[in-house]
Design a protein around this ligand. Structure first.
Ligand code: SAM
Ligand code: SF4
Ligand code: SF4
Length: 340
């Protein structure tokens, strides 16, 4: 039987961060100079992750997304993908990456059984890419996208965080770029989570504004089919091109949120905004078995009342959620640790 929380939301979706390290420094995610990293000895090995995944599938999870930090920095990631792909209870296995290392890994990930791939890409301009990410890596990302397409990941998804005055003039270019690869572009509203220490309300380009801009340019934007628990609202342009908008800031979808997050060191969070999590690594390394852990997951999810983004929306005075000092005091609060 499905495990449900206090708002009758089932636990179905698990995002697993496999590393807190990253080869980019995106301004909306990791804007600072120095970071506190998770200790290496705490990072779960693949067998530990697979065992925890079995506990999660036992309580209803059937969708898993591998993320990070940058997940492709984790050595031999295709081995973990193969271990998870072999589990019949997982009907959807996806991965989110910045794409830099896809050229060398896309075909291996496909062969290991990865179902779906999302590449994050905020700009098509090399100088802007450098400004946003503080690395000169746009050509590798574009090559990576071509490699993912060649490896058969279709439709590929491209996730773009839209920030006013930064990349909001590239919406059409990104849609056209997506068309070239049959990729579905999803525009994400800038969120005030984790390391977004420079977030401001003014920088957010809201879903309604995006739709207006696209309607004016393309002559029509119609709603398209969507999975009710998926964060993206899907739309179609008159020529049939589909795109998505993830309105996590202005129209949050907490009421249907079925997702939880596991960090690379085995902390379990019930919400992107949650301050506290559950230490599953301690349970696991303390000798708890599969049934015992599953029981704990059921009990904790049963008490879940998180609606982080909705609660933030109700706040009148709203600035960045966390300061660099708060983030340094607990790296688990970082988006690159929690997995986005
Ligand atoms: N490194 C990988 C990547 O960038 O795809 C995976 C991890 S990253 C934390 C996952 C997603 O979170 C990315 O698509 C990124 O754009 C998104 N993200 C990070 N900070 C964000 C913010 N402040 N607002 C909206 N999305 C954010
Ligand atoms: Fe950018 Fe993803 Fe790295 Fe964050 S984790 S800095 S979003 S590439
Ligand atoms: Fe789910 Fe929390 Fe995000 Fe709301 S803010 S959609 S409850 S993770």
């Amino acid at each position: 039987m499905a495990t449900v929380d206090t708002f009758a939301r089932p636990l179905r979706n698990l995002r697993i961060s496999v590393t807190d390290r990253c080869n980019l420094r995106c301004s909306y995610c990791m804007p600072e100079e120095n970071y506190v990293w998770l200790p290496r000895r705490d990072i779960l090995d693949f067998e530990e992750i697979a065992l925890l995944v079995d506990c999660f599938t036992e309580v209803g999870v059937d969708k898993v997304r591998i993320t990070g930090g940058e997940p492709l920095l984790r050595q031999h990631l295709d081995r973990l993908v193969a271990m998870l792909a072999a589990k019949p209870a997982i009907r959807d296995l996806a991965l989110t990456t910045n794409g830099i290392l896809l050229t060398e890994q896309a075909s291996r990930l496909a062969a290991a059984g990865l179902h779906r791939l999302t590449v994050s890409l905020d700009t098509l301009r090399a100088d802007r890419f450098r400004e946003i990410t503080r690395r000169d890596a746009l050509p590798s990302v574009l090559e990576g996208i071509a490699a993912a397409d060649a490896a058969g990941f279709r439709p590929l998804k491209i996730d773009t965080v839209v920030m006013r005055g930064v990349n909001d003039d590239e919406i059409f270019d990104l849609i056209e770029f997506g068309k070239r690869y049959g990729a579905e572009v999803r525009f994400i509203e800038y969120m005030d989570v984790g390391g977004a220490t420079r977030w401001s309300r003014e920088r957010v380009v809201a879903r309604d504004e995006l739709i207006d801009v696209l309607r004016r340019r393309y002559g029509g934007v119609e709603p398209a089919s969507k999975d009710p628990s998926a964060p993206a609202d899907r739309f179609a342009l008159p020529d049939g091109t589909a795109f998505g908008i993830i309105a996590s800031t202005t129209q949050p979808f907490c009421s249907a949120c079925d997702r939880a997050r596991l960090t690379a060191d085995g902390m379990w969070y019930l919400c992107l905004y949650a301050r506290l999590g559950t230490d599953l690594r301690a349970l696991l390394r303390g000798g708890a078995g599969r049934e015992q852990i599953a029981e704990r997951l059921r009990a904790i999810w049963g008490g879940r009342d998180d609606r982080g983004a909705e609660r933030r929306l109700a706040e009148r005075e709203r600035e960045a959620l966390l300061s660099p000092d708060q983030l340094r005091s607990d790296p688990h609060l970082e988006m690159h640790t929690r997995g986005g």
